[in-house]
Design a protein around this ligand. Structure first.
Ligand SMILES: NC(=O)c1ccc[n+]([C@@H]2O[C@H](COP(=O)([O-])OP(=O)(O)OC[C@H]3O[C@@H](n4cnc5c(N)ncnc54)[C@H](O)[C@@H]3O)[C@@H](O)[C@H]2O)c1
Length: 318
């Protein structure tokens, strides 16, 4: 495994993936990021080649792909609510951008292409556990864009013998998530600022929280083996309600922090219950969710306590 192009490498999962790959036999990492949500400053701890640019720029994508052996495609417009307001932009980035990368990879004879898909948004509001056998019925343009992209990954495997893999992540949490609006990051920022946690509904809605290092390992596993055109559902395989999550968080942050909770009405369109059946990924990919929720929450809290102000300052400067 030599040179790897990571799109969206300045984002939450990208930064953690670079940290993870630094401990593996990878000779070079090339990052392509348009810095729409990621920050170049956050790459400071890593020795990587950085290119500021957009995955929709076909010429740039062709040029960068000509120097690598594999592609890990994380860059995306990840904002579900905004995708409902502006589906055109979401389509351009997530569908056209992914197609650009696949086309360039095919032209350059690159086989390995790992695509970051999504567990919940692609399937719609269905009874969990979610798995690869369920017919996807996305209820947002974001979910539809990921399904489109999965389709092209499958088609390029079937038509051009590429070993594309689509990994459907559940709710990923962990260090380097300062800019994210996802629940663990949002709660930790509010706790640090002495604000109450906002829960929409009665807190019984469930999610599958998976620690980011487990996702990084799944990505790494996907770079080898015979996975052409495969789709894997990833997560912890455990169902956790928001109320249970808050209980764990209270224990992690300890008595120095006052954790108040403010319950508001349920948001329309929010999925009530979700967790993943990861048995296929365990069997075929060798994946397992190793980090227990309490441990992952503790590691994430330690990161927030140490890095909150530096990351907040970087955001203020943009
Ligand atoms: N975090 C999760 O819980 C989760 C869950 C399911 C799927 N995913 C998927 O994982 C991937 C990474 O998510 P994340 O949480 O790290 O998000 P993130 O927003 O932190 O990172 C995305 C990165 O992509 C960059 N980017 C966005 N548009 C770009 C473009 N047009 N060209 C180049 N770079 C661009 C951003 O600047 C950012 O650095 C995404 O594809 C997302 O859909 C994440």
């Amino acid at each position: 495994m030599n040179r790897i192009l990571i799109t969206g490498g300045c984002g939450f999962i990208g930064l953690n993936l670079i940290a993870y790959l630094m401990k593996k036999p990878v000779s070079d990492i090339v990052v392509l990021d348009n810095l729409s949500t990621g920050r170049k400053e956050n790459l400071h701890e890593f020795d990587v080649e950085f290119h500021e640019g957009d995955i929709r720029d076909a010429t740039l994508v062709e040029k960068l792909i000509s120097s690598v052996d594999s592609v890990i495609h994380l860059a995306a417009d990840t904002r579900v609510m905004e995708s409902i307001e502006n589906p055109d932009y979401n389509f351009d980035v997530n569908v056209v951008g992914t197609y650009n990368l696949l086309r360039a990879a095919r032209n350059k004879g690159i086989e390995r292409f790992v695509f970051a898909s999504t567990g919940g948004a692609i399937l719609g509001d269905i009874d969990p556990p979610v798995h690869e056998g369920i017919v996807p019925r996305p209820i947002s343009p974001y979910g539809a864009s990921k399904l489109f992209a999965e389709g092209y990954c499958s088609a390029f495997a079937g038509s051009y013998d590429m070993r594309t893999v689509a990994l459907r992540f559940s709710n990923v949490y962990g260090p380097r998530s300062y800019h994210k609006g996802s629940v663990v990051a949002a709660f930790y920022k509010r706790i640090i600022n002495g604000l109450p946690l906002i829960v929409y509904g009665d807190g019984t809605q469930t999610r599958d929280y998976v620690y980011v290092d487990d996702i990084c390992e799944a990505i790494y596993l996907s770079l080898s083996g015979e996975h052409g055109g495969k789709v894997y559902q990833l997560g912890s395989g455990k169902e956790t309600s928001i109320n249970e999550l808050i209980k764990e968080i209270k224990e992690v942050v300890g008595k120095d922090y006052n954790v108040d909770v403010q319950y508001e009405s349920f948001r329309k369109g929010e999925i009530r219950k979700n967790y993943a059946d990861i048995s296929n990924a365990k069997r075929t990919l060798g994946f397992d969710s190793k980090v227990k929720l309490k441990d992952g929450l503790r590691r994430t809290w330690e990161w927030f306590c140490t890095n909150y102000h530096r990351y907040a300052e970087t955001e203020r400067q943009h």
